[in-house]
Design a protein around this ligand. Structure first.
Ligand SMILES: Nc1ncnc2c1ncn2[C@@H]1O[C@H](COP(=O)(O)OP(=O)(O)OP(=O)(O)O)[C@@H](O)[C@H]1O
Length: 311
């Protein structure tokens, strides 16, 4: 799937502004951004629920001018979905499989397979009213898969789930990309999830793309200079600084019991080895009370980018 110059304006407000990206089968693209960045609008455009003000996109090889054909090839788990509470999970899926044109036998087979795939086989005949939030999300994922889609969209799929539920949903999303070979678009605020699951990310702010690439590339654009906080007993702080004084590529700042170390890349772009930093301090027989690396996580890059003043 690819989008070029995708734009959506609501009156004077531009919710999605010239956004371009692509995602291939087997990949998971993380769509990130603070509240109001345009994530939901982007998903609504790509799933043909909204019409773009300008720009083009193709989903599963189908041009945006053919929304009905696109809808047949995609699956969507929207931000909030309603369910017929008195139906069972099995009845609900059977209904949607029939809606997609499967005959009775195929619809029953698909329902059974999908319930197993999302871990609901043992609750297939229970009323949805009795399902937990995590079970409802998994049922929603199963519904999004009834037409064996080439591209699947998830809008905040783990919102409100407990840690076990989050892990379960993310595992299913990984399988959709890896085993089914679908292209996945995942909108989320949970950055650690993105690091675990996404092959690439697109960070939006006020509708525009702030950064795009693999998680490592996006971290690299901001966190060129990771820092480390080294805490040692306060009477040893001067000795700790001394033990690191001759190491290349380090800038040191000292407080009462903490050394703030900036790991500046050398001329070859190589960042100093943090293990070598620790080794130098330990070799000087200084006990290390804590050692925290900053600037090496997606959350650091995200905060650095999205907290800058908007243009
Ligand atoms: N129907 C609408 N009419 C007018 N403005 C809208 C409409 N829908 C969204 N917007 C505006 O477009 C911008 C992007 O909204 P959108 O819901 O896409 O952001 P988001 O990144 O999904 O936010 P969140 O993380 O809070 O879900 C916001 O400024 C929002 O107020």
């Amino acid at each position: 799937m690819e989008a070029v110059g995708l734009t959506k304006r609501y009156g004077g407000r531009t919710a999605v502004d010239e956004v371009s990206f692509s995602v291939s089968r087997g990949e998971v693209l993380g769509l990130l951004g603070p509240n109001g960045a345009g994530k939901t609008t982007a998903i609504r455009l790509l799933t043909t629920m909204l019409t773009p003000s300008s720009g083009q996109f193709r989903v599963a090889g189908v041009d945006c001018g053919k929304p009905n054909d696109i809808r047949r090839r995609i699956g969507v788990l929207p931000e909030s979905a309603g369910y017929p509470e008195h139906h069972s999970g099995s009845e609900y899926l059977l209904y949607h499989a029939r809606l997609f044109g499967l005959n009775r036998t195929d619809a029953a087979g698909t329902t059974e397979r999908l319930l197993a795939e999302v871990g609901l086989a043992d609750r297939a005949s229970s009323a949805i009213a009795t399902y937990s939030r995590g079970m409802r999300q998994r049922l929603g994922i199963a519904r999004a898969l009834v037409n064996d889609p080439a591209v699947v969209f998830f809008d905040e799929p783990t919102l409100g789930l407990d840690p076990a539920g989050q892990r379960q949903v993310l595992g299913i999303i990984c399988d959709i990309a890896q085993r089914r070979g679908a292209a996945v678009v995942l909108s989320t605020h949970a950055l650690t999830e993105v690091e675990d699951v996404c092959t690439s990310v697109l960070i939006l702010r006020q509708g525009t793309v702030l950064a795009a690439g693999t998680v490592a590339e996006v971290i690299g654009t901001v966190a060129a200079q990771p820092t480390a906080q080294l805490r040692v007993p306060s009477d040893m702080i001067a000795r700790a600084a001394e033990s690191l004084a001759s190491a290349p590529g380090l800038q040191l700042e000292t407080t009462a019991d903490t050394l703030r170390i900036t790991l500046a890349p050398g001329g070859d772009g190589h960042v100093p080895d943090t293990n070598a930093v620790l080794r130098a301090v330990l070799d000087a027989a200084i006990p290390v009370l804590s050692f925290d690396l900053e600037g090496t996580r997606l959350s650091d890059a995200f905060l650095a980018m999205t907290s800058q003043e908007p243009r």
